[in-house]
Write a protein that binds this ligand. Structure first.
Ligand code: ADP
Length: 380
C-alpha cells in the first residue's frame, strides 16, 4: 500500500519532481493533476490527498490581508493566451491550519493535454517569516515604549484639569515639566524609529562631502560642554587628520550619541581621541564608567537592547542607529574596555574620496585624460 496514486504522475509531468521548488499542476477545471515531491513536503500531505481534489481546497493560498487567492485572483478565469505568467506574489499557504509564507508564481498552459490549466510554483519565504517576526517584536516594544510616557501625560493633564485650584503654582509647574519631558520622549522615540526604519530598509542617504573630522569632533565636544554634558569634563586628543569624504551631520550624530551615552551611563571625565591608519581614521570615546560586560558587548548594538538592570531612561535604539550610521559610511564600530574601569567605543571611517560614494573615479580620470588635457586643465 502506498500514498501515491497507483499510476504516478503522467510521463510529461514526471520531470517536475526534479525541481527544488514545490510545483502543483492544476487542470482547467481547478482539479490538482500533479503535486511534485517538494509540494508534498511543503504541504505535508501525501500526493493522493492532493491529486484529483479541488486546488482551492487542498492548496489554500491567502493574501497578506487574509483573502482567498483563488477567489480574489481567479487564475483560471482569464484567457490563457493573454496572461501566460503572473508575477511572483508573497502569499501564505495553510499547512495543518498554520499559515506559512510562500512566494508563488503561476503560469497558464496554452495547448497540449493540459490546455487552459495552471502550473503553480511555491517557494518557502523564510526571509519574510523572519521579517514578520521582527516586525511583531517591534510593534510590541514600540507600543510599550509609547504607553508609559502617554500614560503619564494623560494622568497629569487629567489631574490638573480636574483639580487645578487645589495645587500650588510650584506643584503645577512640576507636573507640566513632567508632561513636557514625556512629550519630548515620545518625539525622540518617533525620530529614532524613523532612523531605524531608514537603516533597516537600506534607505539611509548620506550627503557626503570632504570634511575635517577634527572640526566635527570639536563642534560636538563644544556642544556637550555647553549643554548636554551637564558639567562633565571632556578631553580631546586630535592629531592632524586627512580630509575625509563623509556626511558631517551623520558623523556628528554618531559622536553625539556616544558622548550622550558616556554622560548618561557613567561619571568622570570623557576622552575623545582619533588616529590615522593606512586605510582609515579611528575615533575613540573613552569613559571611566562601570564598563560593559563582554557578554553584552555585541548585544548593545542591537535594536532595543538595554543592559539588564539599567535604571537610566532610554529606548535601546541609540547604539543601533549609531552603528547603522557608521556602517553606511563603510566603517565599523565596537566597544571594548574593562568592567569597573570603563568603556572604549571605537568607530572607524575609511579614508578616500569620491569612490566611496560608488562613483567610478577611474572612469572619470580616464575621461579627463582621454580629452587630452591635464587632470586640472579645462575640459574640451
Ligand atoms: P539608549 O538609547 O537606551 O541609551 P543605547 O543603544 O544607546 O540605548 O545603549 C544600550 C545600552 O548600552 C544601555 O542600556 C546601557 O546600559 C549601555 N551603555 C551604552 N553606553 C554605555 C556606556 N558608555 N557605559 C556603560 N553602559 C553603556
Amino acid at each position: 500500500m502506498t500514498d501515491e496514486p497507483a499510476a504516478g504522475p503522467p510521463p510529461h509531468l514526471a520531470g517536475l519532481d526534479l525541481l527544488a521548488d514545490a510545483a502543483v499542476v492544476v487542470d482547467r477545471d481547478g482539479q490538482v493533476v500533479h503535486a511534485n515531491a517538494m509540494a508534498v513536503r511543503l504541504l505535508r500531505e501525501p500526493a493522493a490527498h492532493l491529486v484529483g481534489h479541488p486546488a482551492a481546497k487542498v492548496l489554500q493560498l491567502r493574501t497578506d490581508s487574509g483573502l482567498d487567492w483563488w477567489e480574489g485572483c481567479d487564475p483560471l478565469g482569464t484567457d490563457p493566451t493573454l496572461v501566460r505568467r503572473m508575477a511572483e506574489q508573497d502569499l501564505s499557504v495553510l499547512v495543518g491550519g498554520a499559515a506559512r509564507p510562500v512566494a508563488v508564481t503561476a503560469s497558464r498552459v496554452a495547448g497540449g493535454p493540459l490546455d487552459g490549466g495552471l502550473v503553480l510554483s511555491l517557494r518557502r519565504n523564510d526571509a519574510r517569516r523572519r521579517r514578520d517576526a521582527a516586525r511583531a517584536d517591534l510593534v510590541s516594544t514600540v507600543s510599550h515604549e509609547l504607553r508609559s510616557p502617554l500614560t503619564s501625560v494623560k494622568g497629569f493633564t487629567k489631574t490638573l484639569l480636574a483639580k487645578w485650584d487645589r495645587f500650588t503654582d510650584d506643584q503645577k509647574r512640576q507636573m507640566l515639566a513632567t508632561v513636557n519631558e514625556d512629550a519630548d520622549r515620545v518625539t525622540r522615540l518617533l525620530g529614532e524609529l524613523l532612523a531605524v526604519s531608514r537603516i533597516d530598509a537600506g534607505r539611509l542617504q548620506l550627503k557626503r562631502q570632504m570634511v575635517h573630522l577634527d572640526r566635527v569632533v570639536t563642534a560636538v565636544v563644544g556642544r556637550a560642554e555647553a549643554g548636554f554634558g551637564q558639567g562633565r569634563r571632556f578631553e580631546v586628543e586630535l592629531p592632524a587628520l586627512p580630509e575625509l569624504y563623509l556626511d558631517p551631520d551623520r558623523i556628528e550624530q554618531v559622536l553625539t550619541n556616544l558622548l550622550e551615552n558616556a554622560v548618561k551611563y557613567t561619571d568622570g571625565p570623557v576622552l575623545v581621541r582619533a588616529r590615522e591608519e593606512p586605510q582609515r581614521v579611528v575615533v575613540e570615546v573613552v569613559d571611566r564608567g562601570r564598563g560593559i560586560e563582554p557578554e553584552h558587548r555585541a548585544a548593545i548594538f542591537t535594536k532595543f537592547f538595554r543592559r539588564p538592570g539599567e535604571k537610566r531612561q532610554g529606548t535601546g535604539l541609540g547604539l543601533y542607529i549609531t552603528k547603522g550610521l557608521v556602517e553606511a559610511h563603510g566603517g565599523t564600530i565596537a566597544v571594548d574596555g574593562e568592567v569597573g574601569v570603563g568603556s572604549t567605543f571605537t568607530f572607524t571611517v575609511p579614508k578616500g574620496g569620491l569612490e566611496l560614494a560608488g562613483i567610478d573615479t577611474t572612469a572619470l580620470r580616464r575621461a579627463t585624460r582621454g580629452g587630452g588635457s591635464a587632470p586640472e586643465g579645462p575640459r574640451p
